[in-house]
Design a protein around this ligand. Structure first.
Ligand code: SAM
Length: 273
């Protein structure tokens, strides 16, 4: 994959060699950019936060709604380009690492942040986990991710993709896989297929009786070795009789369990703690 050729043709764009270490695969397909902006459908009063604006491809399309945008970009070299490009728009640029950023400073009321981004693949899962820890700030999230990660986020029980990421997201959020994006839509082209996901915090918590900390611990144990039975993965933690009392077969694999069954098991950990 060449990282040498500069992007051409965008107003305000100067030559910038995409940086691999920042996961810079810039969107170039106008049809895809328009489709993402349409899926987000921002309105004037939205509190939009874009992670990794890059050379402003998506930012530009989002500004068509007349909204204000807070953008968090780690690459200092892209700052001046973005400032020139959006000099007459309501853009607040934060030169920061999104993984370390305090999102509460952008929120003006409960659940008001609309977080969007074509995320660098190397930070996508830790960033989503960070945002899941701050759901009280968030109205919704729209991300471009590796398709494989979107499949895991939106997975259903009984499938190979169902695991820690699906469970820890779906306990508090609705997840929709919206559409796929091919490598040709980017410069430079990534090696993998991408997809757009919408993650919306549930208005009411699905199971207020369950703590995220306990569920996370249970899921890590239950899925530790996917090919092993639940009985084996939970050995010494939750006994077989307790699993059976929940109407769960100890000989099953964790990937066959529903969200509620995993939550029921996690409550046993909570009780034992
Ligand atoms: N939004 C642009 C687009 O769609 O063309 C760029 C997307 S590119 C895949 C990812 C962007 O995130 C790059 O601009 C990169 O510099 C930025 N980035 C990478 N790591 C970051 C981090 N930890 N915090 C904030 N931005 C980051």
């Amino acid at each position: 994959m060449s990282h040498k050729a500069p992007r051409k043709g965008r107003p305000g764009a100067t030559a910038h060699a995409p940086r691999k270490r920042f996961g810079q695969n810039f969107l170039t397909d106008q049809g895809v950019i328009t489709a993402i902006a349409r899926a987000i459908s921002p309105s004037r009063d939205d509190n939009l936060v874009e992670i990794g604006p890059g050379q402003g491809a998506l930012t530009d399309a989002l500004f068509d709604s007349g909204c204000a945008i807070n953008a968090i970009e780690i690459d200092r070299d892209l700052q001046s380009q973005l400032r020139v490009m959006f000099f007459n728009r309501d853009l607040t640029l934060h030169n920061a690492d999104a993984l370390k950023f305090d999102f509460s400073q952008l929120s003006q009321s409960a659940n008001d942040l609309r977080v969007v981004g074509n995320l660098p693949y190397n930070i996508s899962t830790p960033l989503i986990f960070k945002l899941l820890d701050n759901l009280e700030l968030i109205k919704d999230m729209h991300f471009m991710l590796q398709k494989e990660v979107v499949d895991r986020l939106a997975a259903t029980p009984g499938t190979k993709a169902w695991g820690r990421v699906s469970v820890m997201t779906q306990i508090d959020c609705d997840v929709e896989s919206l559409f796929e994006v091919p490598p040709e839509a980017f410069f430079p082209r990534p090696k993998v297929q991408s997809a757009i996901v919408r993650i919306t915090p549930k208005v009411q918590r699905h199971r207020p009786d369950c703590s995220r900390v306990c569920l996370s611990k249970l899921v890590q144990l239950a899925f530790a070795q996917r090919r092993k039975t639940l009985r084996n993965n939970l050995k010494g933690i939750i006994d077989e009789a307790t699993i059976e009392a929940l109407d769960i077969d100890p000989a099953c694999r964790a990937e066959t369990l529903t969200l509620d069954q995993l939550i029921d098991l996690s409550l046993q950990l909570d009780a034992a703690a």
